[in-house]
Write a protein that binds this ligand. Structure first.
Ligand code: ADP
Ligand code: ADP
Length: 226
């Protein structure tokens, strides 16, 4: 099953520059797809169109089997994590992670169970009663990821989520992200300019250049046929 379909997707900004140029990509159910390429190649713009944060100027976007071109972000079942993490400062880690489930009136026992599971994968089980200000930068980013994925959206979207972390933290975060994906199986689209990150995390990697798709394949095939 295809989870997300980009069919000749275009983005021309009002200034007239074309950031995404006829991009076609089928992202499979449960797949971890990485969009990679140099700064300015259109990765963020493509991701933001999937999220509903950027108007689509041509082509089609489908999530599941629904055409989403004109669907506002709040009506899409997607969750996005950015470089910077806006946590709720007055809420504990447990409340931050469970926030979306609480809004959706999920039963308290179910929220507890799901928050515990995600916190354990992310190594946050000992920090659940703390406030964000008492966490390190890496831990805060883990909370932001937990909060986004805990409700198991149709698509989990991340834009350079590790780029503010130091090299050592990035390595451990990559391992946690792989585990989260393995355990929860949520379809993921991940933007990075870091090739190592792309090759380590992706089930498939989509290489963009000047808004166009250059290559899309498994890390192994890309490694064998660069
Ligand atoms: P990447 O994420 O690969 O760095 P972006 O999607 O941010 O690339 O940008 C792609 C191109 O679109 C770049 O040339 C960038 O300058 C341009 N761009 C991005 N955002 C805007 C905007 N709001 N208005 C006009 N041009 C933009
Ligand atoms: P990144 O490359 O990490 O996506 P940028 O520094 O290129 O980030 O862009 C930061 C912000 O500036 C984004 O919101 C982007 O949409 C906007 N932006 C980027 N390029 C342009 C541009 N040429 N004109 C207007 N806004 C832009």
């Amino acid at each position: 099953m295809t989870a997300i379909t980009l069919n000749r997707l275009d983005k021309t900004y009002p200034a007239g520059n074309k950031a995404v140029d006829s991009l076609s990509l089928d992202i499979e159910d449960g797949e971890f797809m990485v969009l990679v390429g140099p700064s300015g190649c259109g990765k963020s713009t493509a991701l933001r169109m999937v999220a509903g944060l950027e108007e689509i100027t041509g082509g089609e976007l489908r999530i599941g089997d629904r055409l989403m071109n004109r669907t506002p972000a709040r009506d899409r079942d997607v969750a996005m994590v950015f470089q910077s993490y806006a946590l709720y400062p007055h809420l504990s880690v447990r409340q931050n992670i469970g926030f979306g489930l609480t809004l959706r009136k999920v039963a308290k026992s179910e929220i507890r169970k799901r928050v515990d599971e995600v916190a354990e994968i992310l190594g946050l089980q000992d920090y659940l009663e703390r406030k964000p200000r008492n966490l390190s930068g890496g831990q805060r980013q883990r909370v932001a990821m937990g909060r986004a994925i805990v409700r198991e959206p149709q698509a989990f979207l991340m834009d350079e989520p590790l780029s503010n972390l130091d090299a050592k933290l990035r390595v451990s975060m990559r391992a946690s992200l792989s585990q989260l994906h393995e355990r929860l199986g949520v379809t993921t689209v991940y933007v990075t300019h870091d090739q190592v990150e792309a090759m380590t995390l992706g089930d498939r990697v989509c290489v963009l250049r000047e808004g166009k798709l250059q290559q899309v394949d498994t890390p192994q095939s890309l490694f064998d046929n660069p």
